[in-house]
Design a protein around this ligand. Structure first.
Ligand code: AMP
Ligand code: MG
Length: 332
């Protein structure tokens, strides 16, 4: 894994001082970092009461850890890992929470014409990006593809059960689960009375309100190829912003870049984009839409993002050109 890349996907304004003077009041800035969700998660809270901020931050991290333990493929105790290990040949009951997320994912799969598909699990294992990665044999890709495809995932809403209609199927929530965990953490902060915060899970970002004393947070979007300069700075408030890029979890063979965003229809890394940044009302949505648009490519991806209410995005195509859903709406 290219950890340096993950850390720098999107940065934000550095709050260097512990106390901000805002609108005549004093705002404490509480910042806490933990390694969870396979990445570095940072929660920054602006609130006058330091103890309240500290407690809210702890509760938000506890919630992220709970969601990780529910969805992670790396934790054999998780519901998703259990489902995958069982093969789910018979209808298998899952928690309401997991069922709801699988249903949401299914809706996004259909709307994205199969570009986003959480049944990519067998392909993700085959490419093994988490262990440094390797190019599989064509025959191995073909055989994995027989166990991939959302139409082979049966979701029974009444019974709350899941069934795999093909052998060897595996669910991988890597493209939506992180965003979902961030949304859950945001809900915890909100219920604790926090109105100004950033939750940043390695580039899956949710903004509560704005920076104390301002009406936005300044978000720096990483350039997919140039380490030394940002792609853009965006001034945003009360929204989610997520970037999917081919500079995370990748390896090179000669000039060819093999990366972790896979086209479920071919079993190969998607080739048409370098990065996709999505601004959306919720982080789970932004996370999934960014992956979907990346696989769809600039033309179809832009059309797809424009079809989603309240969603804006920036696509960097394979040549490095920037395409916007609506440059003005993104404040440029
Ligand atoms: P993201 O970083 O949000 O774009 O998600 C990429 C991760 O989601 C990968 O590391 C895989 O675990 C998984 N994934 C890869 N390709 C897809 C896809 N086409 N649809 C859904 N999940 C995917
Ligand atoms: Mg995603």
């Amino acid at each position: 894994m290219n950890r340096a890349g993950i850390l720098a996907v999107v940065g934000f304004e550095i709050l260097s001082c512990a106390v901000l003077a805002a609108c005549g009041g004093k705002y404490e800035v509480h910042k806490e970092t933990r390694l969870v969700l396979g990445t570095v998660v940072e929660i920054t809270i602006g609130h006058p009461d330091r103890d309240l901020a500290r407690m809210a931050s702890k509760e938000a991290f506890d919630e992220i850890e709970r969601v990780d333990a529910l969805l992670s493929n790396h934790n054999p105790q998780s519901e998703i890992a259990g489902l995958n290990a069982s093969g789910a040949a018979e209808a298998t009951a899952v928690s309401e929470e997991v069922f709801a997320l699988l249903e949401r994912a299914e809706g996004i799969r259909v709307a994205s014409a199969g570009a986003f598909d959480v049944t990519v699990g067998p392909l993700v294992e085959l490419w093994a990006f988490d262990q440094g990665g390797r190019v599989p044999e064509d025959a191995a890709i073909a055989s994995s593809l027989a166990s991939v495809g959302g139409t082979r995932l049966e979701l029974d809403e009444k019974a709350g059960t899941v069934r795999f209609l093909a052998e060897g199927m595996k669910i991988d929530l890597g493209a939506i689960g992180k965003g979902y965990a961030v949304d859950r953490a945001a809900a915890i902060l909100e219920s604790a009375g926090i109105e100004s915060a950033i939750i940043d899970a390695g580039g899956d970002i949710r903004l509560l309100g704005s920076r104390p004393g301002k009406d936005f947070w300044r978000i720096r979007v990483k350039h997919p190829r140039k380490v030394s300069r940002p792609l853009v700075d965006l001034d945003l408030a009360e929204t989610a912003i997520v970037t999917s890029g081919d500079y995370e979890r990748f390896f090179m063979v000669g000039e060819t870049r093999y990366h972790h965003i896979l086209d479920p229809r071919t079993g190969m890394p998607a080739r048409l984009c370098q990065s996709v940044t999505v601004v959306a009302p919720d982080t789970a949505g932004a996370d999934a839409y960014a992956t979907a648009a990346f696989v769809l490519g600039p033309e179809e991806g832009l059309r797809y993002l424009r079809s989603l209410p309240g969603v804006e995005g920036i696509i960097v195509d394979a040549k490095g050109e920037l395409l916007w859903t609506d440059e003005e709406k993104m404040g440029q």
